[in-house]
Design a protein around this ligand. Structure first.
Ligand code: HEM
Length: 402
């Protein structure tokens, strides 16, 4: 194992532009590395496929932050009551109970029933972009599509989406300085106030939406507490914001900068499902890392991980491991062996994966069909990546012309 990686390993422009090159260099020194992130804590970064997959599903690596190191709770958002009690930050048995409740809303049938509405929203957004003749594919398309869908599914007014975007970004970014910590505190208060009001409204007048269903599960069956209800809604809103947006953005950039693959997909639209899996692997939205903490002393790839350490599993690095993928730096939309971990692995495997896949298929399929001249409107080198220190990898903007 190399010396402790400095925090700058992940927080610099060069890394932001091409994290996979940095992982590739690091890989020669092994699959697990000590890293100074959060600063001053025992923390490790797992970048190898086998060890990464195992770590994602290792019960000794916990998510339940109430049991985790206090400093890490402050550093991430998990000291925040609107996030602390969601399923992603819980371990069994709480995780099992919370996940089961929400799973009911994400059955394949329920997801599939959203298809016509997703198509309608997609067509509306494309009509508006086509009328202008140019667009920022991120702001004009990739952002609103999943947000409108998740808002409708939950029963949250889509007009409030600009607020949600702001909140989501703040909640998935570590508070590295006072300014970020202050913004985080404001976000906590705003999110809490918003959902408290919404829950009261649905209690008074239930509707046929997920918020009302969860309120009923909480009130009538006592299956989840008020805190958990709030945390679940916040998680779903964030999950619906920060991820599918960047699957569309990162995937579309990959396609537009690989004309041979773009042409192949235009010629063979039946490759769409495997293309989506490849976008997820090649440059997935949660490239940076998802974290666990060690509930006991353990070893990963011969590296001693003391109890209480933070363990980051870099999904992007794992999905570019040449031991698991042939030519991992090549975008190959027809790739068949593609067991990527872009949606995680194990008990926390993404609950929204079927919805994200459906949205992406409709989005990419319709964009390519309806906009035959779709092309980047700037040089690839001018494309800027977000550098807000969040766990999400995404673009600032994606200017396109038709
Ligand atoms: C969990 C990625 C879209 C809801 C996860 C995890 C990942 C992930 C990596 C596991 C994190 C971990 O193990 O620490 C993605 C990606 C998406 C996406 C790449 C889009 C391309 C969605 C959508 C929803 C959603 C649209 C629903 C609205 C969830 C939930 C969990 C989760 C509820 C927690 C599951 C649990 O803890 O059991 N997602 N997600 N995701 N995702 Fe997604």
């Amino acid at each position: 194992m190399s010396e402790k990686l400095p925090i700058e390993f992940v927080f610099n422009t060069e890394f932001g532009r091409d994290p996979y090159a940095a992982y590739s260099t690091l890989r020669d020194e092994g699959p697990v590395h000590a890293i100074d992130f959060p600063p001053g804590m025992d923390a490790f970064l797992v970048i190898g496929y086998e060890h990464g997959r195992q770590a994602l599903n290792d019960p000794r690596l916990a998510k339940g932050m109430s049991r985790g190191p206090a400093r890490f709770r402050e550093f991430t958002s998990t000291d925040n009551p609107v996030l602390a009690h969601n399923m992603l930050n819980s371990d069994p048995p709480d995780h099992t109970r919370l996940r089961r409740l929400v799973s009911k809303a994400f059955t394949p049938r329920r997801t599939e029933s959203l298809r016509p509405r997703i198509q309608e929203i997609t067509d509306g957004l494309i009509d508006a972009m086509a009328a202008k003749g140019h667009a920022d594919l991120l702001d004009d398309f990739a952002f609103p599509l999943p947000i409108i869908v998740i808002c409708e599914l939950l029963g949250v007014p889509a007009e409030d989406r600009d607020d949600f975007r702001d909140w989501s970004t703040s909640l998935v970014s570590p508070a590295l300085d006072e300014e970020q910590a202050r913004h985080r505190a404001e976000t906590n208060a705003a999110t809490r106030a918003y959902f408290t009001r919404l829950l009261a409204e649905r209690r008074a007048e239930p509707r046929d939406d997920m918020v009302s269903a969860l309120v009923a599960a909480s009130d009538e069956e006592e299956l989840l507490s008020e805190q958990e209800l709030l945390a679940t809604l916040t998680l779903l809103l964030i999950a619906g914001h920060e991820t599918t947006v960047n699957l569309i953005g990162n995937g579309m950039l990959a396609l537009l900068t690989h004309p041979d693959q773009l042409q192949l997909l235009r010629d063979k639209p039946e490759l769409l499902p495997s293309a989506i899996e490849e976008f997820l692997r090649y440059d997935g939205p949660v490239e940076r890392a998802t974290f666990r903490f060690a509930a006991e002393d353990l070893e990963i790839a011969g590296v001693h991980i003391p109890k209480g350490s933070v363990v980051h599993i870099s999904l992007g690095a794992v999905d570019h491991d040449p031991e698991a993928f042939d030519a991992p730096e090549t975008l190959d939309i027809a790739r068949t062996e593609n067991r990527h971990v872009a949606f995680g692995h194990g008990i926390h495997f993404c609950l929204g994966a079927p919805l994200a896949r459906l949205e992406a298929q409709i989005a990419f399929g319709t964009l390519l069909r309806r906009l035959p001249g779709l092309a980047l409107a700037c040089a690839p080198s001018e494309i800027a990546w977000r550098q807000d220190g969040s766990i999400i990898r995404g673009l600032r903007a994606l200017p396109v012309g038709f």
